[in-house]
Design a protein around this ligand. Structure first.
Ligand code: ADP
Ligand code: TRP
Length: 323
């Protein structure tokens, strides 16, 4: 199994990103025969238009993934734009991609529906994503449900290229991540950057504690019992606390006679034990950014070998070589 996924660097990761996606990507590095993870800075360029910010987000994205357990000995970690073969492959794939296929893609459709102007980069975004996947002969692509459409587009594009020019690309499969338990944000709605209700994974302890203390709760009287599941504090606690603490807290909810202030304190403490170590590891990595850049450039070197071979195969198949 060859696994590949890209992560857009568009700002600090929050708990929802970690539990809903990143943790699951990282776990695959242990079961895959090969795995490729990249920071999708070319895709981010469709929204991040500040060069300093894009540089910062790109390096930070790599730091975050390494601190969270991505192991460069097991997986190839690189920055998307460091493999120019992918952009070249993207052009090959664009010829032969029907306009209608891209017009149906939600990322583009949503923007138009909101009355915003879309550029050609956003319109062809799914073709670049297809090139990302096909360049590395990936057969499994772990993604959130929102990205499944792009995997289907990739399969369509690969299928029609193979049909026109002979078997060239490996047909990838999307692997939907388990996002059944949506991580709630500080207002009880789904945690999301766009709602401003996030708890960032790498915020320092004090800031995180403050944000936890401000989580909106219901106005249940202290002596009233309550079903723990579905309560925002309990649902967050379940992610970061140990089994015994979760069981004790569930029993306390069902007994009643407790205040949310105490649950918030327990949550802040559990969060600190959960994130403390990765935060320290991140700080340690952040102090030696050149080592991180070395990891990325080593990753890009390995990725380029693979992508160059696929590109050569595709170029030969469609008549760009051998004239
Ligand atoms: P945001 O909603 O903050 O913009 P993204 O859309 O960039 O987050 O999400 C990146 C990944 O994290 C996706 O796979 C997405 O499904 C997952 N994710 C984001 N928020 C949550 C959440 N609250 N619960 C579970 N998974 C989430
Ligand atoms: N579009 C993906 C997202 O926004 C990121 C991405 C880019 C990607 N290229 C990819 C994901 C290739 C999987 C495979 O999350």
């Amino acid at each position: 199994m060859r696994v590949l996924s890209g992560i857009q660097p568009t700002g600090p990761f929050h708990w929802g990103n970690y539990f809903g996606a990143i943790r699951q990507y990282i776990e695959l590095q242990d079961v895959a025969s090969e795995s490729y993870y990249f920071i999708a800075n070319l895709h981010a360029l469709t929204t991040v238009r500040d060069p300093k910010l894009l540089q910062q987000y790109t390096l930070n994205g790599a730091l975050d993934l390494l601190a969270l357990g991505l192991n460069p000995e097991k997986a190839v970690l690189f920055v998307q734009s460091d493999v120019p073969e992918v952009s070249e492959l993207c052009w090959l794939l664009m010829t032969g991609t029907p306009m209608g296929l891209l017009e149906r893609c939600v990322s583009y459709k949503d923007k138009l529906a909101k009355g915003l102007k879309a550029d050609a980069g956003l319109f062809t975004y799914p073709v670049l994503q297809a090139a990302d996947i096909l360049a590395y002969d990936a057969d499994v692509v772990p993604v959130g449900e929102d990205q499944l459409q792009h995997i289907e587009v990739c399969r369509d594009i690969a299928g029609s290229f193979n049909h026109a020019f002979g078997e060239t690309f490996v047909m990838p499969k999307g692997k939907v991540l388990d996002q059944s338990a949506k991580v709630p944000g500080t207002d009880g709605e789904k945690m999301s950057k766009s709602y401003g209700n996030t708890l960032a994974v790498f915020d320092e302890e004090k800031k995180q504690r403050k944000q936890i203390m401000r989580i909106v709760t219901d106005s249940r009287p202290m002596d009233e019992a309550k079903e723990p599941d579905g309560d925002v504090l309990f649902d967050l606690l379940k992610l970061v606390a140990g089994d015994d603490e979760i069981a004790e807290m569930a029993a306390m909810y069902r007994r009643g006679g407790f205040g949310y202030g105490d649950v918030k304190k327990a949550l802040a403490n559990a969060a600190e034990s959960y994130w403390g170590e990765v935060r320290a590891r991140r700080a340690e990595l952040a102090a030696r950014p050149d080592d991180v850049r070395d990891i990325l450039s080593e990753g890009a070197k390995r990725a380029r070998v693979k992508a160059a071979a696929t590109l050569a195969r595709a170029q030969a198949a469609c008549g760009l070589k051998g004239y």
